[in-house]
Write a protein that binds this ligand. Structure first.
Ligand code: GLP
Length: 239
C-alpha cells in the first residue's frame, strides 16, 4: 500500500483524477470501479472539467459502482444511481448503457447480486477501483466483520453508518437498513485501487489503516494485502 499525502482536498482530487485519466489512456476499454459519498465529488469535478477541455474521453469507458441502497429507485435523489448521474455521468461523454449501479429495487435481490458480480467478471474485471472509507473502516458497504472472501451481496447497514449517512435524508427513519454491495473479494480483484481519505471524521480510520493489523473487524485493512493500492490522504482535513 502506497501512501500519498496531498496537502488539501483539492490536491487529493487532482492526484486521483490524474490516475483515472492515466488508466483511461492506458486501456482500450477501461473498466472503472466508482464510489459515492462526499469524498470523491472533487475527483468527479476534475474529470468533468478534463472531459470538457477534451483532455479525456469516456466514450470507451465502462463503470461499475460499488453499492446501492435497497428499496431506493434510481429517481430517488438519495439513490447512488441518482448521485452518479448528477455528479458525473450527466456531464461527460459516457454511454449511459455502459454505466452500472446495482439495482436496489430488483424483485429478486439475490439474483441481482449474482448478475452484478457476473457482469463485472464478463467485462474482464475492474482496471481501477476508486474507494472512500467509512469511519468504522467500511469499504463499499462492507461493514466490520465482513469476510475478506465476500462477493456482491445484500448487507445490513451498521447503525453508525446509517447515522453518518442520515445527513442526506429527511429523517433517520428514511435511511435504508440494507444495501447491495460488491464484496471485499470483488474489490480486491481490481487491478489497481485508489482509496481517498478526507475529513476529520476519518482521522482514526486513517491511523488504524496505516498502523493497525489486517483484520476483518476493520475492512479497509485488507488493502494492505493488495499489490497495487494507493491511499491518497487529504492532510489538511486529517491533521
Ligand atoms: C458510504 C458509501 C461508501 C463511502 C462512505 C463514506 O457509506 N457506501 O462507499 O466510502 O459512505 O462517505 P463519505 O465520503 O461521504 O464520508
Amino acid at each position: 500500500m502506497k501512501i500519498i499525502e496531498a496537502k488539501n482536498y483539492e490536491e487529493m482530487s487532482r492526484f486521483a483524477s490524474e490516475k483515472v485519466q492515466a488508466c483511461i489512456d492506458e486501456n482500450i476499454q477501461p473498466n472503472l470501479g466508482l464510489a459515492t459519498g462526499s469524498t470523491p465529488i472533487g475527483l468527479y469535478k476534475h474529470l468533468i472539467s478534463s472531459n470538457k477541455k477534451g483532455d479525456v474521453s469516456f466514450r470507451n469507458v465502462t463503470t461499475f459502482n460499488l453499492d446501492e441502497y435497497v428499496k431506493l429507485s434510481e429517481t430517488d435523489p438519495n439513490s447512488y444511481r441518482y448521485f452518479m448521474n448528477e455528479e458525473l455521468f450527466n456531464h461527460v461523454d459516457i454511454d449511459k448503457n455502459n454505466t452500472h449501479v446495482p439495482n436496489g429495487k430488483a424483485t429478486d435481490l439475490d439474483q441481482e447480486c449474482l448478475d452484478y458480480e457476473n457482469k463485472i467478471r464478463e467485462a474482464g474485471g475492474i482496471d481501477l477501483q476508486i474507494l472512500g472509507i467509512g469511519a468504522n473502516g467500511h469499504i463499499g458497504f462492507n461493514e466490520p466483520g465482513t469476510s475478506f472472501q465476500s462477493r456482491t451481496q445484500i448487507v445490513k447497514l451498521d447503525e453508525q453508518t446509517r447515522v453518518a449517512n442520515s445527513r442526506f435524508f429527511d429523517s433517520m427513519d428514511d435511511v435504508p437498513t440494507h444495501a447491495i454491495t460488491t464484496g471485499i473479494g470483488t474489490i480486491m480483484d481490481s487491478k489497481e485501487i485508489i482509496l481517498l481519505i478526507s475529513g476529520s471524521a476519518k482521522k482514526e480510520a486513517y491511523e488504524r489503516l496505516i498502523n493497525g493489523e489486517v483484520s476483518e473487524e476493520f475492512p479497509a485493512s485488507v488493502l494492505q494485502n493488495h499489490s497495487n493500492c494507493i491511499v491518497i490522504v487529504d492532510k489538511e482535513s486529517i491533521s
